[in-house]
Design a protein around this ligand. Sequence first.
Ligand SMILES: [Zn+2]
Length: 317
Amino acid sequence: MRSPFVCLLLAVILPGLSSTAFAQDRLAPLPTRTVAVTFDDLPASGGPGGLPCDRDRVLDLTDRLLAHLAAQEVPAIGFVNEGRDCEDVVTAVLTRWLDAGHDLGNHTATHIDINNVPIAAYLDNIAQGEIITRRLLGARGRALRYFRHPYLHAGDTAEKKEAVEAFLAERGVRIAPVTLDNSEWIFAHAYSIALTRGDMDAAARIRATYLDWFETVFTHFEAWSLDVLGYEPPQVLLLHANLLNADAFGGLAERMKSRGYRFVTLDEAMADPAYDQPDPYIGEWGISWLHRWARGQGLEVEWEPDAPDWVNAYRTE
Ligand SMILES: [Zn+2]
């Protein structure tokens, strides 16, 4: 039986709210957000056991990841390190990505770090990193159009940064920025260790925490976008082709849909004027393009949430 107090309370509140207002509140549309999903380190991110060249395991990982993308109707782009010592595995993985309708970009041949090598070596590694990808794209009448820097390190000196930008422009290749940068790789490392140990309780905990933690990353960058740009641009999410996403990407896609995200291609995302802005940051950090643009405006960067301590500790204990 409803208490007299509640009846009194409702009598006070209700006259101010029409039944229409209640209905609208319940049916309020989700915000219209868009995101391009990108996966680095094809054929597969490293980790224990030399995964990237283990043909059966890598093809299994690839098929499971592509199945999530198909089920969630996510058009993705994979960034490739061709220079693994296993051309047959690389070719098989890239063929499956293209057959599934996705795009491919270059991520250097051997995942080298621009901070640690002379510019000539870096440019050569870019050129060596696009041979198979260009051939497979070309056979389908398509061109290689995107490059992503390993570690998001885009040049620690103006000379290096400008040399890479000019080299890519000559080849008809555009730098693929990232706005939703994150510590997914820490979860993925912990997850692969849990699987190797057969610690399925930890694996399940890491997967669940991964999804909850990503909500905090989205919340951060949605608000930070408003501070930096005045609106939420089509976001570009960085993930990796790893065992964690082979198991958990479907759940992550559901979380994004619940936040109002619609999945778009990198081409569609980068048609937004935000991506016509130059990247003003010169330095050794690999940071979100939102942070780069913020620094260009003289804003103090608000950093995204780190992975929880226990996840970080699990991979090193
Ligand atoms: Zn990478």
